[in-house]
Design a protein around this ligand. Structure first.
Ligand SMILES: NC(=O)c1ccc[n+]([C@@H]2O[C@H](COP(=O)([O-])OP(=O)(O)OC[C@H]3O[C@@H](n4cnc5c(N)ncnc54)[C@H](OP(=O)(O)O)[C@@H]3O)[C@@H](O)[C@H]2O)c1
Length: 231
C-alpha cells in the first residue's frame, strides 16, 4: 500500500476494522470482503472516493489450522472459500465491467506458496487459494482482449501479524497431532536466510501493476526466498 502511494497512486484500502496500519495518504473504508454486501460497499466507496479503479489488489486472506482435514468444520471450509477465493470473484465482478469499458486495468490476486505443498491442517486454505489461482488465470485470458492484466502473487512465509499467529497455531496443532517440526515446515527458514517482509511482497505487486510488466498476464509470481524451488 505504501509503495503504491509512493508511486503516485491514489489508494483506498479496507479491513473489517480501522487499524494504525493504514498509511497516511490512503483512504480507508471498513468492509467484510467475505460477503456480497461487503464487496458492494467497497466497490461503491471506490467509485465515490477514487472515481473508479485502475489497479485492484486482493490481499485479505488467511485461515487457522486444524488437526487434520477431517477436523475442519463445514462452516470453516465455507469461510475459507469466501475469504480466500470468492471475495476476489465478487469484487472483480463489480469492478471489472468499468475496466472493460475503459479497456485498461491491472488486477493482482494474493495467493500463497503453500498451494505447492498442501497439508491436512490447511486444506481449506490451500484449496481456496488453488481455486483463486485457477480463477485468476482464466480471468486473465478472458480480459486480455480488453487490455486488462490479471496476475497472482504467491508469498512464502512472511512476517506479518497474521502469518506469525498462524505459524504459532500450526506449531500448537502439530504438537497435539504428534508431528515433528520437520514434517510441519513451521520452523523452517527459507533458503535466502530470512522470512519475507511485507515490502518483499509489495515490491512484486508493484511490479505486476507497473508499465514494466505490460506484457505479463495470467501469471503467478511466487515470492518465497527460495522455499519452493519447484514452484
Ligand atoms: N504472512 C504469510 O506468511 C503469508 C504467506 C502466504 C500467503 N499470505 C497471504 O497474504 C495475504 C495477506 O496476509 P497477511 O499475512 O498480511 O495477513 P494478516 O496479517 O492477517 O492481515 C490481513 C489483513 O486483511 C484484513 N482482513 C482479514 N479478513 C478480512 C475480511 N473478511 N474483510 C476485509 N478485510 C479483512 C485484516 O484486517 P481485519 O482483521 O481488521 O479485517 C488485515 O488488515 C493473505 O491473502 C494471505 O493468505 C500470507
Amino acid at each position: 500500500m505504501r509503495q503504491l502511494l509512493d508511486a503516485g497512486a491514489e489508494v483506498l484500502t479496507t479491513a473489517r476494522s480501522a487499524t494504525s496500519t493504514v498509511p497516511e495518504g490512503a483512504a480507508f473504508v471498513a468492509a467484510d470482503v467475505r460477503t456480497r454486501a461487503g464487496a458492494e460497499a467497497l466497490a461503491a466507496a471506490a467509485q465515490e472516493v477514487l472515481g473508479g479503479v485502475d489497479i485492484l489488489v486482493h490481499n485479505a486472506g488467511g485461515a487457522r489450522p486444524y488437526a487434520g482435514s477431517s477436523a475442519i468444520p463445514d462452516e470453516v471450509w465455507q469461510d475459507a472459500l469466501d475469504l480466500n477465493y470468492l471475495a476476489s470473484v465478487r469484487l472483480d465482478s463489480l469492478l471489472v465491467p468499468a475496466m472493460r469499458e475503459r479497456r485498461s486495468g491491472a488486477i493482482v490476486h494474493v495467493s500463497s506458496a503453500a498451494v505447492l505443498t498442501p497439508v491436512g491442517p490447511f486444506l481449506h486454505y490451500t484449496t481456496a487459494k488453488a481455486a483463486l489461482e485457477n480463477y485468476s488465470r482464466g480471468l486473465a485470458l478472458e480480459l486480455a482482449p480488453f487490455g486488462i492484466q490479471v496476475n497472482a502473487v504467491a508469498p512464502g512465509r512472511t512476517a506479518t501479524p497474521g502469518g506469525e499467529a498462524t505459524r504459532e497455531q500450526w506449531a500448537e496443532v502439530s504438537a497435539r497431532m504428534g508431528a515433528a517440526p520437520a514434517e510441519t515446515n513451521a520452523e523452517d527458514t527459507p533458503p535466502l536466510g530470512r522470512d519475507g517482509q511485507p515490502d518483499d511482497i509489495a515490491h512484486a505487486v508493484l511490479f505486476l501493476v507497473s508499465d514494466r510488466a505490460s506484457w505479463l498476464t495470467g501469471r503467478n509470481l511466487i515470492v518465497d526466498g527460495g522455499e519452493f524451488p519447484m514452484g
